[in-house]
Design a binder for this molecule. Sequence first.
Ligand code: UT7
Length: 338
Amino acid sequence: MAELFSAGIVGIGTYLPERVVANRELESLVDTSDEWIRERTGIRERRIARPDQSTSDLALIAAERAMADGGVAPEEVDLIIVATATPDMMFPSTASLVQERLKCRAAAFDLAAGCTGFMYGLVAGGQFIATGTYRTVLVIGAEILSKILNWEDRTTCVLFGDGAGAVVLQPVPAGRGLMATCLGSDGSGGDLLKLPAGGSRLPASTMTVEQKLHYIHMNGREVFRFAVRILVEAAVEVIRAAGLDQGQVDLFIPHQANIRIIEAAAKRLEVPMERVLVNVDRYGNTSSASIPLALDEAVRSGRLTDGDRVVMVGFGAGLTWAAAAMRWYSLEDRGTSE
Ligand code: UT7
């Protein structure tokens, strides 16, 4: 069997739109309250992109920052994966738009796995590194969910936010990087979270616009139940596959959808909240951007340092889920990866 390389994160960067929208501001749009949103979701505020910004704009800045962080030049990038539910257009892919603006000759494709997109991208990108096919892969999670929200629907519009996060994957020394991963999908739950129109099933028409079918539709209660169950199952699966037990995991980074989902899963996993990264209070649910945003925060705040074991779990539309156990490779030691 050919040699397998260890895939690790050597650079990370984010971009958050400057505009902060606090819960109170939403009280004037829909019948809601700051108190309800905080108690039921843990969200206090979220970022909202400017009308002239598109997802590739956010993705590009996050990617440039990740490349600067990793000391990677555009010509080194072999592959760009953009995970998003809000691409600039149906096609060409947002990844190709980013590739053009980065002025590199990399392969590029978008990845559609709802809020799980970044984790699917991390696993997919890691395979290209592991097999030696590519040396440098950019994985970006970027979303402008504010443009696909029905701002008259209080059951969805208070939950989401905009943002982007990117990582640079490269081979790292054995014993660091991805230790175990899992991916999953249960399409029977597809109706629970969807954007019904604008595709080949219901092309855009006056009727689809009138019926508000170009917005997110979600059965929150069912997705909630699924989320708690799958967070626990996927985390246990990768922890076992990595040969660890819960107590050996230094940091858990779950998809940031709702603090109640995170707390319920942590309780079932018997993991104290001190070892769980939470930033849903400041950004809401940023879908594919949520895990790289949280990961960046963990690194910058010193909660994730060389040798730490981190478990990341995503879940979302599809229904889909994905998890990874990773032994962190610190940026300071980057020079030793050759
Ligand atoms: O990234 C993955 C995608 N999404 C998720 O993970 C979301 C998963 N689901 C959730 O986070 C929660 O189910 C929600 C936050 C969406 C809803 O919380 P809940 O505790 O499940 O509330 P509920 O749907 O059971 O609604 C309780 C009540 C309802 O009123 P009635 O029927 O009891 O009179 C809702 O109409 O709360 C009402 N409600 C609101 N009230 C004030 C729903 N949204 C709001 C709101 N403000 N924004």
